[in-house]
Write a protein that binds this ligand. Structure first.
Ligand code: FAD
Length: 293
């Protein structure tokens, strides 16, 4: 039955997009090499219809699917088990930008678009997509960001990925396509089913496309690194800033001594920010759509 399935998968996505053996290996291990497994095959669909057909085939043959985006999530969810009885469904080929609406401030993309590509597209239109995962933006993909409800440094002002999604397209476990690609902001009709899929790590379906919210691009940015006595003082400082700067606070990240020591030890050209070695520091960013005077 399995050789049959392999041929059926090849018929759907094309022979060159069904990988096995050595070519499949890089998709079966996580970034740090902490989790690794084996897949029956790694399948790289080119569009939503192909995802739907692959999912329907796997449902019929009772084969489990591990959806995979950029494989950056470090917790094993995007890597197959060692028994080699699952397929990896990698969405990286599905990286089209469908539409950018500067009037409605929305961007409609396929799930395999990298975060960097999305941020760049927004920037070129003088808009901002605020999910801030700079270290991995070139690798992680919108489908993965949505499936992990990613946060990053912009959460205080813009919210988690859940707050940045207006609509979704999802392939359900039996291969049906759920079309929820809506860009209406004031949408108060019935249940908001998209939220079931956000943060679900592929357990309820495979996200194939999304409508994302864009924001005005900040024209002025100010950053500060502030040493504080302890986290309690940091929280009070945040409350004080909120009272005085409102939602101009675009990042507020606490940094512990042990964390900074690791950075100084392992990342070249980094330096102690203060003459004194403080135990706790806060990195603050304020930004505004107005130009600085
Ligand atoms: C250096 C570093 C810093 C980070 N910092 C932060 C941070 O500050 N805040 C934060 O919230 N996160 C952080 N993360 C985690 C980050 O949010 C995830 O790594 C990223 O969002 C996952 O995207 P991906 O495309 O690589 O997904 P993958 O790693 O490929 O997949 C993640 C999960 O989603 C599932 N999945 C992937 N694509 C789909 C899809 N299309 N449909 C359904 N399921 C899917 C996978 O099966 C898996 O369970 C960080 C990670 C790294 C490596």
């Amino acid at each position: 039955m399995l050789p049959d399935l392999m041929n059926l998968l090849r018929n759907v996505v094309g022979t060159e997009h069904v990988l096995s053996g050595e070519t499949a290996a890089p998709y079966c291990i996580d970034w740090r090499g902490r989790y690794s497994g084996q897949a029956l095959a790694v399948v790289l669909p080119g569009d939503t219809q192909q995802v739907a057909a692959v999912v329907a085939l796997c449902a019929e043959h009772r084969i489990a699917i591990v959806p995979q985006g950029g494989n950056t999530s470090l917790s094993g969810g995007s890597v197959p088990l060692p028994q080699g009885q699952q397929i990896v469904l990698n969405l990286s080929r599905m990286n089209k930008i469908y539409a950018l609406d500067t009037v409605n401030y929305t961007l409609t993309v396929e799930a395999g678009c990298t975060l960097a590509k999305v941020r760049e597209a927004a920037e070129q239109a003088n808009r901002l997509f605020p999910l801030g995962l700079t270290a991995i933006a070139a690798q992680c993909e919108i489908g993965g960001n949505i499936s992990t409800n990613a946060g990053g440094i912009g959460v205080l002002r813009y919210g988690n990925m859940r707050d940045l999604v207006l609509g979704l397209e999802v392939v359900l476990p039996d291969g049906r396509i759920w079309d929820g690609l809506r860009s209406l902001r004031k949408d108060n009709t019935g249940y908001d089913l998209k939220h079931l899929f956000i943060g679900a790590e592929g357990t309820l379906g495979i996200i194939t496309a999304a409508v994302l919210k864009l924001f005005p691009r900040p024209q002025s940015v100010a950053t500060a690194c502030v040493a504080v006595r302890d986290p309690e003082v940091a929280v009070k400082l945040l409350a004080h800033l909120r009272a005085n700067c409102g939602d101009k606070i675009s990042a507020f990240e606490i940094i512990s001594r042990s964390c900074l020591d690791l950075v100084l030890e392992h990342i070249p050209d980094t330096v102690e920010p203060f003459v004194t070695r403080y135990e706790w520091m806060v990195l603050i960013e304020l930004s505004d759509v107005l130009q600085a005077p």
